[in-house]
Design a binder for this molecule. Structure first.
Ligand code: PLP
Length: 413
């Protein structure tokens, strides 16, 4: 978990004074630490030694082009879930064959656009597979997304591999997949599964791997197996994370054994989003009001569910720290946003005494933070800053009123 170093009543991260950063760029402000992102990438990659491994950054977690370029420069490929993410990836400099496009519920025309751009296609349902085979036969390879029906992770919206999930082609429909492959002469280059976001131990991955191996032997032209994502990131202090070294070793071992049986050195792919960028991000906000009510003390900040919706949408826990009063006595607060909804960031949270104007840091805000931000209540989206080599780089400007009006055609009434 990202720790800020406390020096002379200020906090610093990667050589940058965070309190001054908030003064310089204003708040609310998203701040990302490049060193943390790079460290996560290399830690994950090196855990799978001895096999061919490729990590594709799932950019839906944070689609800022500079973040995409940073991961590209470290050697990552890209995982895109929409044609727009594919287009951003190409703008960021990714080669088309380093991009895996994994859409769901899209019209076939979007798949055709992705083929025209030359990216890898991951097919999520039988109807699209059939259309794909009819049009391309064996002239354009594709990957098939299998739903292994493994229940992983705690929260239903995060868990996507279970029986009621809309994602992927059921493992029980493999026979149908094989018939289409044979009849339409489709070249399947990869099999994919992505079971969810909160997998803690290697055994869930291993169970999924076994199912994928069983399926894989029925396809003769595979180049890769894609295990999706699901690495758990600690959000609370002391909360367990996926043991990456142990998971990596166990998976590398069974994967090598499988490649020997299959008769070919396949590539193992993962598509981490949260793992690479979550902990690297902070959302800096200021306390607008401290409000004592009959039941609690609220801290109302200059941000809300419009900037970071995970606490309200997923009941996610995000650590909060008062960066303006490190020596203050700790008190209990409910930290809430300024949106006209019940947008509570944290209940009953122990913070160093909060005074109006204090700077608060909300941690683990690098993934699904800005990416899910919106303009509800006609509020502006914040700026984003990347800390790189001891410098703070503005990588997205704060919005202004023009951004609210951008596509509106104003009637003269
Ligand atoms: C969301 C998603 C990911 C990334 O999930 P994280 O929990 O952020 O690591 C990877 N692959 C696919 C297909 C996804 O939809």
């Amino acid at each position: 978990m990202l720790q800020l170093n406390h020096q002379n009543n200020n906090y610093e991260c990667s050589g940058v004074n965070i309190n001054e950063l908030a003064n310089q760029f204003g708040t609310p402000l998203y701040v990302y630490d490049a060193a943390t992102i790079k460290a996560r990438y290399h830690k994950l990659k090196s855990a799978f030694s001895g096999i061919r491994i490729r990590l594709h950054y799932a950019c839906k977690a944070n689609a800022n082009i500079s973040i995409m370029k940073l991961l590209k420069s470290e050697g990552a490929g890209l995982d895109a879930v929409s044609i727009e993410e594919v287009q951003l990836g190409i703008l960021a400099g990714f080669q088309p064959h380093d991009i895996i496009y994994t859409p769901n519920s899209v019209d076939f025309s979007e798949v055709q656009q992705a083929v025209a751009l030359g990216v890898r296609i991951n097919i999520d349902n039988l109807r699209i597979l059939e259309q794909f085979g009819m049009q391309y036969g064996n002239t354009y390879a594709c990957c098939v997304r299998i739903n292994p029906h493994i229940m992983a992770g705690g929260h239903a919206q995060i868990s996507v591999g279970h029986i009621d999930s809309k994602f992927g082609i059921s493992i029980h429909q493999l026979r149908h997949v094989l018939r289409l492959v044979e009849l339409l002469n489709i070249r399947i280059e990869g099999l994919h599964m992505h079971t969810g976001s909160d997998i803690l131990d290697a055994d869930v991955f291993l169970r999924g791997a076994e199912l994928l191996f069983e399926a894989a032997v029925q396809f003769s032209e595979l180049d890769y197996l894609d295990f999706g994502s699901g690495f758990k990131v600690p959000y609370k202090e002391g909360e367990p994370a996926t043991d990456i070294e142990e998971t990596g070793q166990k998976i590398a071992q069974v994967f090598s054994a499988f490649c020997a049986t299959y008769g070919r050195e396949l590539e193992l792919k993962f598509e981490p989003g949260k793992y690479l960028v979550s902990e690297a991000g902070l959302l800096l906000v200021r306390a607008n009001v401290v409000k004592q009510t009959t039941s609690t003390v609220f801290v109302g900040v200059n941000s809300g569910q419009n900037h970071l919706i995970r606490p309200m949408f997923y009941q996610a826990y995000h650590r909060i720290q008062n960066l303006s009063n490190p020596e203050g006595a700790t008190r209990l607060y409910s930290v809430v946003g300024y949106i006209c909804e019940t947008d509570t960031f944290a209940y009953d949270r122990k913070l160093n005494e909060v005074r109006e104007g204090d700077l608060l840091a909300i941690f683990n805000a690098g993934a699904y933070g800005f990416a899910m931000a919106n303009q509800y209540n006609s509020r502006l989206r914040p700026a984003e800053v990347l800390l790189l080599d001891g410098q703070a780089h503005l990588i997205r400007k704060r919005e202004d009123l023009d951004d609210l009006l951008r596509n509106q055609l104003i009637l003269s009434l």
